[in-house]
Design a protein around this ligand. Sequence first.
Ligand SMILES: NC(=O)c1ccc[n+]([C@@H]2O[C@H](COP(=O)([O-])OP(=O)(O)OC[C@H]3O[C@@H](n4cnc5c(N)ncnc54)[C@H](OP(=O)(O)O)[C@@H]3O)[C@@H](O)[C@H]2O)c1
Length: 330
Amino acid sequence: MATGQKLMRAIRVFEFGGPDVLKFQSDVAVPIPKDHQVLIKVHACGVNPVDTYIRSGTYSRKPPLPYTPGSDVAGVIEAVGENVSAFKKGDRVFTAGTISGGYAEFAVAADDTVYALPEKLDFQQGAALGVPYFTAYRALLHRARGKAGESVLVHGASGGVGLAACQIARAYGLKVLGTAGTEEGKNIVLRNGAHEVFNHREVNYIDKIKKSVGEKGIDIILEMLANVNLSNDLNLLSYGGRVIIVGSRGPIEINPRDTMAKETSIIGVALYSSTKEEFQQFAAALQAGMEVGWLKPVIGSQYPLEKAVQAHENIIHSSGATGKMILLMS
Ligand SMILES: NC(=O)c1ccc[n+]([C@@H]2O[C@H](COP(=O)([O-])OP(=O)(O)OC[C@H]3O[C@@H](n4cnc5c(N)ncnc54)[C@H](OP(=O)(O)O)[C@@H]3O)[C@@H](O)[C@H]2O)c1
């Protein structure tokens, strides 16, 4: 390329398909921030399951090809476009949404989607904030309207959204139950806000949860795999209880009658239905959590940018999550 433009390493996707369509390239042009945009030198980027759905081409949202995946970057402001007053070169930041894609050494983002990253969190932790924490907050407090003194089951608590939900729920005064698929995952869930933890790979774990919560049942279930668990969830709820569908990877048969006697609700959540004002509100609550110290992202597996293919394979065919999956840029 003889354009004189600065080049960077990045993942590019030229066609939708399996993990192999993630192509590592060393000669991608560094994007230039426009009006109300910032250029972030990316140190780490979160890998979210949705990145794999988008890449496969089966998701409702399809970016124009070619594109660079990734939304949750943490890094340092490299340059700012016109009319940016909130940030300057050198500021540590994180975001839950980039314009040019986060699996790259540099990414452009709109200035109102970028937030200050406190010194007490490193860049890996910063890359674990975006989609997981904003989703957990929206699911628990906005969609479920969780209140102090209520109980919540985080069904799938060992991954990015689940651990965020455990920390938030505990900080807001709920009784927190979680599930994980491995001993290591269970221990991490217990260390991050859960009062009790169960193994969702054990045959009789639902009975154990029922025994623990007794006749009253659980007020809120944040469900990471509804296509497997929704029918059981309905039988675990308390009177007026609600299941929040955070994740689902297929259909499931339920008996609608299970919602009637206890007047329970099944409620969906979509982070990207949040308005700008809601994002700002969630960000303020999360910033407070970082300042006070209850918000501490847990990092699981880490991959160099070149191994994005492996990361996409492993996040879907996981042997057991132990926190947030991250890509490192150097
Ligand atoms: N609605 C939204 O706006 C939104 C936003 C973000 C994410 N999501 C979705 O939410 C889900 C979780 O996202 P994530 O980022 O936390 O993914 P992740 O980091 O890959 O974690 C996946 C979690 O699911 C758990 N899991 C595996 N089998 C399970 C089972 N049978 N029952 C319950 N949980 C089970 C895993 O536990 P083990 O590995 O320990 O078995 C792990 O805790 C994904 O489907 C994602 O697409 C939705």
